[in-house]
Design a protein around this ligand. Structure first.
Ligand code: GLN
Ligand code: ZN
Length: 787
């Protein structure tokens, strides 16, 4: 089926790594807990790898022609590339083996720290909810060719009859994602080390060719950002890098000298200059790369001119969405593929837009979805089938896949006409929205009215919402799900838990209380379960980082809120205390960001529907006497488009959705919001635009650097920069917190400043939480005396 360097007709960029039953997660956690030794872990990991290869062959990929990616990171693919390059920061230099390579124990030390040294920083991968470990590169970082782990996998699979395609993060993206190592000279740019990195990549390619790889996949999603895109202009850095890597001839056959053929992928958007779609691909082709991939879901179709310039370079057309769960419109995809093939004058391969890492394994594993839904969905396994069908149709003509085309078309038609997808009452409501639905009265007047109602001291203290989710809380939730306890018993348990948490806060002397969120499994799923238009999956786990997985809900139809659901808990909690207690909601953008969202209408429209559902809940909270409502938007920044030119439109609709959710509140009702990050320089105007009365943000880890930004911007509303870092069990002293409060007062007037932790306390234990909050309250009261 394959010629020497022929690229397979069908492929995927990557596949979920954690295992259909989260086998790898369980093995990793057993290993870290000391219950499974390294050999045991690697044995389990190989089982997952073998299962993946078997499954992909079953689904129609060929094990012998490099169509299956070897994408088997134990923790993270960026960390795998760091390990393959032996690119350790000085603070971890002792972890390298003699030949510069990184063994399994060292690999996990980089990922998880070792008590003395914090791990590499975790941050979001492009505009997704996957997190990678940030490389730390300095002027002295060594780059070696040490892809022993990966080469071992290739060799082992080869012995089993499979020629896999190793996957690495490409050199340009790798350095774009890196940060300057601590101690590097000011202004040091990791990209300045590109030549050394490329030399190491060349070594790695040789190593992989020797192990039997015919093709290697280098992921360059960095080229879809503004900065990386500019580097992909003709004659730019990308061209130079790939010219160099391609200058070694391709090995004529297995074990012959030379390098593997190269596939360069560009998921998550349009590579290069968005005004010249496809130019970056032509640049890579001119540099000598054998195959290039384009994301045709998020990205723009390459221009005819660019396609013509590909010459003999194979185009892998990413027409199947790697990031969402909807069934592909196969007839439309096939049209697009045929056009591409005609214009490029060469064979086109069919692929996914990104790795399938972002979607769950298999729709067939779902037993409790509403009956109409499974036929509309494609998880990873279904997507592989779609890719394979499209490649058969492209090569052999439509009649060959007539049944698949018909089924896809029928499912999409059923979806489009299905009742809950378009709910007239919801449409009427969004259709009638007017500007006043998005605005409240002037903020200073609101502040006065709220203060009259609440009578809070200066520097009021509060928490972000959740209290520790103890084993007891999680067990009770599991028990009610499995039928071990009745709903009534569960609710009684929750009332007892809420009572305890309220008493504790009163005893600690906090000014604004919370109910503690014990009833919530997850801050988005809880809302999805109580809104119409959503469905929850049973096995739809997606890797977030390392062994951590989330189970995004599926937003499939028009959204509304059948009945109040947070009100009973909030009212019960409020009935226990005279102090004000915050109602607690998750904001519209965060609900969208952490769900699989329908793809048949603009996000802005869906966001408004979710906003109206929240608005109804706020109205009911107010009617029940709630004086403060917090609407969390920790994901506001996560969905920020990668291209600066696309950001204003996004910020406009996302901010408006928040305002739509909250602007129905009376002026006397205080609206809080919470954001989980501190670097919001570029979005500070948007945060101001949310028009929340009080905003709490993360700040403790950066020692309140954010205060300077706020002062510079002239932020005029209530603001609570976190003064207690909840990401570690460490208990900050009263003096330390008082120091942070004083630092905050240097930039923020006392009448605006709130005193709170960085984030919710759900991942903490009670011992450290109680001590820390005691110190926080004491510090606030000390500083209060001085203002
Ligand atoms: N209210 C939520 C909590 O306290 C906020 C969590 C978040 O921002 N991620 O847990
Ligand atoms: Zn947070």
């Amino acid at each position: 089926m394959t010629t020497t360097h022929g690229f397979p007709a069908a492929t995927i960029l990557g596949y979920p790594r954690i295992g259909p039953r989260r086998e790898l997660k369980k093995a990793l956690e057993a290993h870290w807990a000391g219950r499974l030794d390294e050999d045991g872990l690697l044995f389990e990991a190989r089982k997952v790898q073998d299962r993946t290869v078997r499954r992909l062959v079953q689904l129609g990929l060929d094990a012998a022609d490099s169509s299956i990616p070897a994408d088997f990171a134990l923790y993270d693919q960026v960390l795998d590339t760091t390990a393959a390059l032996g690119a350790l920061p000085a603070r971890f230099a002792d972890l390298a083996a003699e030949d510069g390579s990184v063994g399994t124990a060292a690999y996990f030390t980089l990922a998880r720290g070792d008590g003395q040294r914090p791990p590499l920083e975790l941050t979001k991968w492009f505009d997704t909810n996957y997190h990678y470990l940030v490389p730390e590169i300095g002027p002295e970082t060594t780059f070696v060719a040490a892809a022993h782990q990966l080469a071992g996998i290739i060799r082992r699979q080869k012995d089993r009859g499979a020629v896999l395609r190793p996957v690495l993060v490409g050199p340009v993206t790798y350095l774009l994602l890196a940060k300057a190592e601590a101690g590097a000279p000011a202004g040091f740019d990791p990209l300045s080390r590109i030549d050394d990195a490329v030399a190491a990549y060349a070594g790695i390619l040789a190593e992989l060719a020797e192990a039997g790889a015919a093709w290697v996949q280098l992921d360059e999603p960095g080229l879809v950002t503004d900065r990386g895109g500019a580097l992909a202009a003709p004659g730019g850095l990308v061209e130079r890098v790939y010219r160099q890597l391609a200058s070694v001839p391709v090995a004529a056959g297995p074990q012959a000298n030379g390098r593997p053929a190269l596939l360069v992928t560009t998921g998550y958007g349009t590579a290069g200059d968005p005004a010249r779609p496809g130019q970056a691909l032509a640049v890579l082709a001119a540099a000598g790369v054998e195959a290039v991939h384009a994301d045709l879901v998020r990205g723009t179709l390459p221009s005819a001119e660019a396609l013509a310039a590909l010459g003999g370079t194979r185009l892998v057309a990413g027409v199947v969405d790697g990031r969402n769960v909807w069934r592909n419109h196969l007839p439309a995809s096939l049209d697009a593929l045929e056009d591409l093939q005609a214009q490029s004058g060469a064979a086109v391969s069919v692929g996914t837009s990104t790795s399938l890492l972002h979607v769950p394994h298999d729709v067939a594993a779902e037993t409790a979805l509403p009956a109409h839904l499974p036929a509309w969905l494609a998880f990873a396994d279904q997507k592989v089938r779609e890719v394979v069908a499209l490649s058969r149709g492209l090569a052999g003509g439509r009649p060959l896949i007539a049944a698949e085309l018909r089924r896809a078309e029928a499912a999409l038609r059923h979806r489009a006409g299905f009742d809950g997808v378009t709910v007239p009452a919801v449409r009427t409501r969004t259709g009638a929205l007017a500007e006043e639905d998005f605005t409240r009265g002037p903020a200073d007047r609101r502040a006065g009215l709220q203060q009259e109602r609440l009578g809070l001291p200066v520097l009021p203290t509060t928490t972000i919402g959740s209290f520790p989710q103890t084993g007891e809380v999680r067990r009770a939730r599991a028990a009610v799900r499995s039928g071990g306890i009745s709903q009534a018993e569960y609710e009684q348990f929750l009332r007892a838990e809420i009572t305890r948490v309220v008493r504790l806060q009163e005893e600690l002397g906090l000014d604004v209380l919370v109910h503690g969120e014990a009833e919530r499994n997850d801050m988005v799923q809880y809302f999805a379960e109580n809104f119409d238009g959503f469905a929850a999956t049973g096995q739809g786990w997606v890797q977030s980082y390392g062994s951590r997985c989330t189970r995004p809900s599926i937003l499939w139809g028009d959204v509304s809120r059948p009945q109040a659901f947070t009100v009973p808990w909030t009212s019960f909690a409020q009935s226990l205390t005279d102090r004000p207690l915050k109602g607690m909601l998750t904001g519209p953008v965060t609900i969208l960001a952490w769900s699989f969202v329908r793809d048949d209408q603009p996000l802005a429209e869906t966001a408004n529907q979710v906003a109206l559902a929240l608005r109804d809940e706020i109205a009911d909270l107010e009617a029940a006497g709630t004086a403060i409502v917090q609407v969390d938007e920790p994901a506001l920044r996560e969905l920020l488009p990668l291209r600066a030119a696309d950001q204003p439109a996004y910020l406009d609709w996302s901010v408006r959705a928040f305002r739509l959710a909250t602007a129905g509140a009376a002026e006397q009702t205080q609206i809080h919001t919470h954001l989980c990050y501190s670097e919001f320089g570029e979005v500070i105007a948007a945060i101001d635009g949310l028009d929340a009365d009080v905003t709490s943000i993360e700040a403790a880890r950066s020692r309140l650097e954010v205060v300077a930004d706020l002062a510079y911007f002239g932020f005029s509303r209530g603001i609570g920069p976190g003064v207690y870092d909840i990401h570690s069990p460490r208990v900050p002293s009263e003096q330390e917190i008082a120091g942070l409060i004083t630092a905050a007062l240097a930039g923020i007037p006392s009448r605006q400043l709130w005193i709170n932790p960085d984030c919710g306390l759900k991942t903490r234990g009670y011992a450290e939480t109680v001590d820390s909050l005691r110190h926080l309250v004491a510090a606030a009261s000390t500083v209060r005396k001085a203002v």
